[in-house]
Structure formats: C-alpha cells, structure tokens
Design a protein. Sequence first.
Length: 380
Amino acid sequence: MDGLAVHPLLQKIVNSMTVSEGPSNRAIPTNSQEEANLSAPGVPLLTIIVPTYNRADCLALLLATLRSELAGLDSEVTVMVSDNASTDGTSEVTRAMQAEWPALVVRRQFANVGAEENFCSCVDLVTSRHFWIIGDDDLPKRGVIRQILALLREREPWLLYMQSEWLVPVTGPDQGERVGELRTRQLDATAFATQVHVWMTFVSGVIVNRAQLQRTLQGQPIRRFSGTSLVQLGWILPLLRADGLFSYVSDRCILATKDNSGGYQLLTVFGVNFARIVKESLGAHSPLARILIKGAMLRYLPGRVWSDRRSRDERFLIENPWPAMRHELSSFLLFWLIVWPIGRLPLSLAQPFYQSWRVFHRIDRDLERLRDLQKLPVSR
C-alpha cells in the first residue's frame, strides 16, 4: 500500500483487520524517542479517522469525497476507517474503495465496542503529527482540506476548530455556503474557550495536535472519561489547560447531518457530564472551566431544555437530569436566570424566559458572524 511501508503500526492494522484486545487504559506514549519520531521525514502530517457503524451510504459519500480532495497527498495524510462491526453494506463499501484507493486503511472491530472505544482504539494507533475524527455522516466542503493542511504546516496549532453547517440531507461537498480562502484567528486558551465552549465536543470540527498531546497528558489515559459520551474531552481539555496556540476557523467548513445522533441522555451529557468533566480537568474554580460551563448554559442548554419540555425527542433516552444539573450548575447565576426557569417553571411562566433567550441568542449569533466577516484571512 502506497506510503504505508514506513508506518509499521498502520501496516499491522491492515494485515489484521481486527482488534484482538478489548479496551485498555494506557496513555499515549510520552517518551522523547516517540516525540522525535513525529518530526522524522516521512511521518504523515495528519490522520483522518472515520469511525463508522451501519451508515454505508454516508460512508461511501465521505470516502469518495476524501479520495478526491486528497489526490496526490497520500504521503501527508492517512485515512483510517474503523468499522464498529457494521451489519449493513459497510464492508462492501470499504472493500470497493480500497480496490480503487490502496492507501486507504480499513480496520473492523471484532464486535461492536461502542462509539467511544471505536474512537479511542483509533487514536491509540495514530502515528501522524495531527489527527482529525470525522463522523461518517459529515463531510468536509470542497477545497477545505488543502487549506487546513497548509494551516497545520504553518501554525502547528494545538487544537484547530472549524465551524459547521447543519443540513438534512448532506449530499455532496459543494452543498451549502461556498468556502473561499479561510478566515482564521490564532487564539490563546481563554479566547478559544470563549469562542468554542461546548462545541469543542463535536469531533468532526476539531483537529488535535498529537505531538503536543503527548507532552501534556502526563500519563493520563485518553479513556478517562469513557462512559460519559464525552470521551473526546480526554484529549481536548489537557491541551486547553496547557494554554498553547489554538486556531479558530470562522468559515463553516464542515457539512454536518442535522438530527442524526441519539441513544444517550442528552441533558445529562451536556448539562451534567460536561460540567463535571470540565471541573475535574481544569479545576472547579478555574477561569477556563467557568468560561466553558457558562458558554454551554448561555448558548446551548436553553434551546435543548425547551425542546425537551415541548416534545421529547425519541432519539434520546428518557432521563431526569435536574437533581444532578442543580448539583453541578447551581453555583452559576446563569443557571438560575436562564436554564432553571426554562426547564422547571410551568410552561406559561417558562415561555417568556425562553423567548428572551432566543432574542439574545439570535443577536449574539448575528454579531458573531459580523465580527467574523471583518476578520482578514490568515496571512501566507
């Protein structure tokens, strides 16, 4: 396979095509030799990880798009598909694509190990400087990847965040708003947390610097938050805490399929688990932790709480998150001014709180887009 001979771990994946071990708690290696290897000639700049389960049609579109966008870049970018023991036509899709694109790495789990372990087992095997997990139902817009690669080479950001455009259905890389030259801001940890807040949990929008992650984990396992539906915070928050260089792309680079997730307790994950993990990782009273939690309460939770009250979304599990939410969020004034009234007052009294939040949210979003339009593209 082109470009894989110098990467023994990736070759091992292709040869075995299965995962013989169950979940482990080992951390990403941190020895100096391993770090030096990431800078050696021939090491890919980026690994694109595509976890997938029973979405053969979506996967076929994503792989066809990646193959087109990455033409001539096999030595710089590795694409790794991890099939979580799909029962549809996923195997046929990956076999057909490998026949046309030999550099594609495909692995199949021995059984459905869950989405979080499917993520982590791929991260364990990354040998490039950066990695990017893309959902199998999401899609990078045309021309984005090459600009992102140039940004990674030039800036080496610790985390890079790209905005998304949410559509149903996602049909191709030319859909939605056209993306020209990317408008990128270089931010410190405080500005990055303020800008991105809870959306850093959306894996398709985040590229991670593995070289820097090795230095910042300090022996912590990447699986430390398994079981919370937010395992990705195990590699995002250590980098944020270390306060390095972060890149924010104002353009909506990712086509994300709207309303296509489920199977977990939504308010528990984002109203309880997110706050608990952030406090544990950054310190309960740290400015960064408070920025992230406030961002979730101000820009995300009110809409989800109101939607859950008006008509329960059958995609998500039944839950009663309020005792735990109160425990995690009661020290924040925003909880009592916005989240609690929308979620706990009688509907007739809660509605004015929700309508006021909607007005704020619309103005805040429009002002943010105006600020983005005033930003110049990153200099080359």
